[in-house]
Design a protein around this ligand. Structure first.
Ligand code: VGL
Ligand code: ZN
Length: 228
């Protein structure tokens, strides 16, 4: 495999949210083709990356992004948005999308799919644990804050291991992979997206196409497992 440029000894592989609820046939928020990325990710997991990390969306059952957490019958998953406030600064607010219930802590839907070789992982980062805020990125909440909404401070974990490059894979390309990539880039890691190892909720040009353009515009590279 020709993964030439980045020094693998200073590179972390991050596998974002490859969990049952994001995969067909029965995931509550299934991403088309989600399960099909397992072979590519396993191939990467067999390589000597300095650090191999998976993230799990890990929500309490009354998380603010769930349709069931809101009484109004007008609130519908995938179409509605709601405004939430930063618990640390209530003057700050943000619109977030509403989803079906997914990845509830301890449920089958929150498990990493069994096709993945989890024995190769060094760490599993749980994120989205604070019911009051959304957390697409594994680095920070939707308000950019680092809090116990995640089990680890991912940037510190990477820096302690002398990581300078991050290879990103997983689900969903247009949400958690995108936000994690943007934050990794802000944290000054060189970010590579492995495109065969990502699937998106909206895989159209208007969805994943636009997101890719946005990432490339920030200096993020989108590469193939087969080489540049
Ligand atoms: C995700 C929607 C809601 C993701 C997580 O992992 O991309 N998407 N929660
Ligand atoms: Zn979620």
């Amino acid at each position: 495999m020709a993964l030439a440029k980045p020094d693998i000894k200073r590179t972390a592989l991050i596998v974002v949210d490859v969990q049952e609820d994001f995969c067909p046939p029965s995931g509550s928020l299934a991403v088309s083709g989600g399960r099909d990325i397992a072979p590519a990710i396993n191939e990467l997991l067999s390589l000597p990356f300095a650090l191999k990390i998976a993230t799990k969306d890990w929500h309490p059952s009354d998380h603010v992004s769930f349709d069931t957490s809101h009484r109004s019958p007008d609130i519908k998953p995938f179409v509605s948005k709601i405004t939430i406030h930063n618990p640390d600064d209530v003057s700050e607010s943000l619109e977030i999308p509403i989803w079906p219930v997914h990845c509830v802590q301890g449920t089958k839907g929150a498990e990493i799919i069994s096709e993945l070789d989890v024995s190769k992982l060094d760490h599993i980062v749980e994120k989205g644990r604070d019911k009051r805020v959304e957390m697409f990125s594994a680095f920070s909440t939707c308000f950019g804050t680092k809090s116990n909404a995640a089990s680890h401070d991912l940037a510190s974990l990477l820096r302690q291991a002398n990581i300078t490059n991050v290879f990103l894979t997983g689900l969903a390309g247009d949400f958690c992979v995108r936000s994690t990539a943007m934050d990794a880039n802000k944290e000054k890691f060189k970010v590579y997206i492995i495109h065969e190892a990502v699937r998106s909720i909206d895989s159209s040009e208007a969805g994943w196409g636009v997101v890719q353009g946005e990432m490339v515009g920030k200096g993020i590279d989108i590469i193939s497992i087969r080489g540049p």
